[in-house]
Design a protein around this ligand. Structure first.
Ligand code: HEM
Length: 317
């Protein structure tokens, strides 16, 4: 029926399920608080689809995707609507040894393409449109490293949901009808201590991650004592396993000794990511933290909600 067709248009998601690309950018902005800035930002948000189309056409419709997330702080001013059910500011997780810090950010642009020129061109046009209505907090250029490895040299993203389990894990449904089609997004920028990591034996590294390094085979889960990253990030309850989608990308400035992983997780339920962070930083069980953190320092942490495409374009009307 017409109304069913309309409903599926209203809840059509952003490009949450885009494949891993050769290049990505993570652009984090804060919107200034005055009325004119908010009005400008709202108008740019509403033209997201057009900005994407302009680039895609110029690129002969090659892979180019962009997802926009909006923070809790900016939600009501920018949208004039109540916030999605679980949306909250990123909650700092302070463990005995390591802390998941919470940092500023109102808008996230997660941009993916097969080449960096499209990303630069898009960001240039986007930032011109925002003018001085926003402050840029961070702009990280991610790149695919060999066959999808992170800079710790492990294949990253293997356990991601795909097929029908991808939307089931990432897209809000009837539990929050006003925001069906949207997705919670959490980002954290991690800086690695590569010399210290490379000082570990491959066996130690594999035990920390929970997979073999060369061929990416899962190691058995430890049920007591120090658990691997993979084991502590597997969230299971009576309903089964709760997956999230990770689109982590390496980034680096070798000349400055900067090597990192940009973590980005999409989830239908924000609490699932929160739980993973608690197990990593507080420990599972406390105080046994994730040993990845002894070699990777979280320097940012922000939560956003990436609403359905129609929600964004309706902001203009
Ligand atoms: C699995 C790397 C941070 C959630 C993995 C794997 C690697 C990895 C290599 C195994 C292969 C795979 O399934 O992808 C990293 C690095 C991080 C990082 C280098 C940052 C320095 C995080 C954070 C979260 C997370 C912050 C969640 C809040 C997961 C999940 C899995 C996973 C859910 C899959 C577990 C399963 O097997 O079901 N990660 N990760 N990771 N990671 Fe991370």
């Amino acid at each position: 029926s017409t109304s069913a067709a309309q409903q599926s248009l209203d809840t059509e998601s952003q490009y949450i399920d885009a494949p891993m690309s050769a290049a990505a950018a993570f652009l984090v902005l804060v919107v200034k608080d005055d009325d004119i800035s908010i009005e400008t930002a709202r108008s740019v948000l509403s033209s997201t689809d057009d900005l994407i189309k302009d680039i895609k056409v110029r690129a002969n419709h090659g892979l180019f995707t962009c997802n926009v997330g909006i923070s809790h702080r900016a939600w009501v001013p920018l949208t004039g609507k109540p916030a999605p059910r679980e949306l909250a500011p990123f909650q700092e997780v302070k463990g005995a040894t390591h802390t998941a810090v919470s940092t500023p950010g109102d808008l996230l642009y997660h941009i993916r393409a097969e080449s960096r020129d499209l990303i630069v061109e898009f960001e240039k046009i986007l930032l011109e449109a925002f003018g001085d209505s926003v402050t840029v907090i961070d702009d990280v250029a991610g790149f695919r490293y060999f066959n999808g490895r992170d800079l710790l040299e492990f294949v990253d993203g293997t356990a991601n949901p795909d097929g029908l389990s991808l939307p089931a894990a990432t897209i809000v449904g009837e539990e929050d009808p006003a925001y069906a089609g949207g997705s919670y997004v959490v980002i954290q920028k991690y800086l690695h201590n590569l010399p210290a990591w490379r000082g570990q034996t491959v066996e130690t590294q594999e035990a920390i991650i929970g997979r073999t390094k060369f061929d990416n085979v899962e190691l058995p889960d430890a049920s007591t004592g120090q658990k691997s990253h993979k084991t502590r990030c597997t969230i299971q309850d009576a309903e089964g396993e709760h997956d999230i989608l990770r689109d982590n990308m390496p980034f680096a400035v070798p000349g400055l000794g900067e090597y990192g992983t940009y973590f980005i997780g999409y989830s239908r339920h924000l609490w699932v990511i929160q739980k993973m962070l608690e197990r990593m930083f507080l420990g599972d069980p406390p105080p046994l933290h994730d040993r990845i953190l002894d070699f990777s320092k979280a320097v940012t942490g922000v939560t956003f909600f990436a609403p359905a495409r129609a929600f964004l374009s309706d902001l203009g009307s």
